[in-house]
Design a protein around this ligand. Structure first.
Ligand code: NAP
Length: 219
C-alpha cells in the first residue's frame, strides 16, 4: 500500500516505522524539509512536502496536533478526495479543574474525526491508533496478560475501514471494527479519560473484566 504521513513527529515515526517494515511504501511529508528527510531516511521511506504526502497514496495519516489540522486540511482537501484519511489525533488540553500538582486533561474539541470529514468532503475518514502512546505503537510488544493489543476502528466507508484494519494487522495488532465515524468521538473521549487515569497512576485495564466475565448472566 502507498501511505502518506503528514508530520514527522512521534506518531509519524511510530506508525511509519512499522508500515515500512511491513513492506508498505511510505512518504513522510512535513513543513520542515529537513525533518521529513531525517525521519524518512531513518524509516526507509520517501520524503516530501505536505501536499505530496496528501496526494501520495491510498492512505493519508495526518499525524499532527489538532490545532494544525484546519490549516493543513485547507491546503490539501482536494488531494484527499477518494483517499482513506486515518485520524489518530487527540485534542488534549489541560484540565483547569484538576487538583494542584496533578496532571489531567480534557478535550479541547470532542469530535475531531467528524470535523475532519466535514472539512475534507470526499475523503474517507477513519479513526484509529489514538488510544495508545506512540511508544506502544513503535514497540514490538503486542501481547499483554495473554491478550493481543487491539485497535478499535471507526469509519463510514467499508473499504477504508478494511484498509485500516489491514494496516493494524500489519503492526501485529488485533483490528476491531467499532462502528461508523459518529462513534469516533467515543474513542476520543476514551483516550482523554484513560490517559488521565494513567497519569494519576491508576491501572485503566483493571476497570474491565475479560470478555468471558463481562456479563453476570449468559443469555
Ligand atoms: N505521541 C503520542 O503518544 C500520541 C498517541 C496517540 C495519538 N497522538 C496524537 O497524534 C497526533 C500527533 O502527535 P505526535 O506525538 O506525533 O506529535 P509531535 O511529535 O509533536 O509531532 C507533530 C508533527 O506535526 C507538525 N506540525 C505541528 N504544527 C504544524 C502545522 N501547523 N503545520 C504543519 N505541521 C505541523 C510538527 O512539525 P514541526 O516539528 O515543524 O513543529 C511535527 O512534525 C496528535 O494529534 C496527538 O494527539 C499522539
Amino acid at each position: 500500500m502507498r501511505i502518506g504521513i503528514i508530520g514527522a513527529g512521534a506518531m509519524a515515526r511510530a506508525l511509519g516505522s512499522g508500515w515500512t517494515k511491513a513492506g508498505h511504501e511510505v512518504l513522510i511529508g512535513a513543513r520542515s524539509a529537513d525533518a521529513a528527510a531525517e525521519l524518512a531516511a531513518a524509516l526507509g521511506a520517501q520524503a516530501g512536502t505536505i501536499p505530496e504526502a496528501a496526494g501520495f497514496g491510498d492512505v493519508v495519516v495526518p499525524a499532527l496536533p489538532v490545532p494544525a489540522l484546519t490549516e493543513v486540511l485547507d491546503a490539501t482537501r482536494e488531494l484527499l478526495v477518494g483517499r482513506t484519511v486515518v485520524d489518530c489525533t487527540n485534542a488534549f488540553a489541560p484540565d483547569a479543574a484538576a487538583p494542584e500538582g496533578s496532571t489531567a486533561f480534557v478535550l479541547a474539541e470532542d469530535a475531531v474525526a467528524e470535523r475532519i470529514a466535514a472539512q475534507a468532503p470526499g475523503a474517507h475518514v477513519v479513526k484509529a491508533f489514538n488510544l495508545c502512546a506512540a511508544e506502544v505503537w513503535q514497540s514490538r510488544e503486542r501481547t499483554f496478560d495473554g491478550r493481543r493489543l487491539a485497535v478499535p476502528i471507526c469509519g463510514d466507508d467499508a473499504t477504508a475501514v478494511g484498509l485500516v484494519a489491514t494496516l493494524a494487522q500489519d503492526l501485529d495488532l488485533h483490528a476491531i471494527p467499532a462502528g461508523g465515524l459518529h462513534r469516533a468521538r467515543y474513542l476520543e473521549a476514551m483516550s482523554v479519560f484513560t490517559v488521565g487515569l494513567w497519569f494519576a497512576g491508576h491501572d485503566a485495564r483493571a476497570m474491565f473484566p475479560p470478555l468471558e466475565a463481562a456479563f453476570a448472566v449468559v443469555d
